[in-house]
Design a protein around this ligand. Structure first.
Ligand code: AP5
Length: 234
């Protein structure tokens, strides 16, 4: 059963979606952004946009991303600071793929503290490495609107063509098996310690990412609505 529609838009508390590559962060962040009427902020999408536009940052980021490594902290933090300072973030936002190192998490806490933002709701979506591999090798993304598909579990009605806007569906350059293994290694080394950092300071909500996308969205919405009702400050 679908969760009831909210009439009040916006999120008082920032939402942070974490989890391994392919856990469903982007898929879920899009649903939440639509439901609550807030921006979906994906650092991966921001870098891919720089790559598409051929900026200097895009050239640097592409080399790092194609190796499955992480872009240096100072670059990502500056990008996030600028983005969450924009007026559209006043109503709240969903972070997807940030923070993914302990220094990034510390910087984010400082940014939230300075801006007087309430405690974030931190969600960890879990998925085992075999499922990650299947999902990422099957992922296709619309070149126009960024809609996410999967040739195994969520195919478009017409092959290689987006159901929503007819855009071409493409495979990400970093969704090759060798790069996926390196992304998983980077996740274990740099991002898993972030959960320890958070657990020492606040609750981390853990979700099973292997459930259907609809079931994960339902649980997320229930969790966020419950956490929103509580509220606390850094
Ligand atoms: P980024 O784009 O953030 O990649 P990622 O974290 O590896 O995550 P993905 O986008 O691959 O997966 P997802 O969890 O969003 O899954 P999705 O919803 O698409 O980062 C890319 C690179 O940028 C990094 O490697 C790094 O180099 C750099 N970067 C980004 N942020 C950085 C940072 N903070 N610091 C430093 N560097 C940074 O779903 C995957 C597939 O599964 C899809 O096909 C989807 O249809 C399917 N699916 C989703 N949910 C379900 C479900 N419940 N059941 C079945 N299938 C599902």
């Amino acid at each position: 059963m679908a969760a009831p529609d909210r009439t009040v838009k916006g999120l008082r508390r920032p939402v942070i979606l974490m989890g391994p590559p392919g856990a469903g962060k982007g898929t879920q962040a899009k649903q939440l952004a639509e439901r609550y009427g807030v921006p979906h902020i994906s650092t991966g999408d921001m870098f891919r946009e720089h790559v598409r536009r051929g900026t200097e940052l895009g050239l640097k980021a592409k080399a790092v991303m194609d190796r499955g490594e992480l872009v240096p902290d100072e670059i990502v933090v500056a990008m996030i600071e600028e983005r969450i300072g924009r007026p559209d973030c006043a109503v709240g936002f969903v972070l997807d793929g940030f923070p993914r190192t302990v220094p990034q998490a510390i910087s984010l806490d400082e940014l939230f503290g300075r801006a007087g933002r309430p405690e974030p709701v931190v969600v960890r979506i879990e998925l085992d490495p075999a499922a990650v591999l299947r999902r990422l090798t099957g992922r296709r993304v619309c070149k126009v609107g960024g809609e996410i598909y999967n040739i195994y579990d969520h195919p478009p009605k017409t092959p290689d063509c987006c159901d929503k806007d007819g855009g071409e569906l493409v495979q990400r350059d970093d969704d090759r098996v060798d790069v996926i293994q390196d992304r998983l290694a980077a996740y274990r080394e740099h991002t898993e310690p972030v959960f320890e950092y958070y657990r020492r300071r606040r609750a981390v909500v853990e979700l099973d990412g292997s459930a259907s996308p609809q079931a994960v969205t339902r649980t997320l919405v229930e969790t966020i609505d419950r956490e929103e009702a509580r509220g606390s400050h850094l």
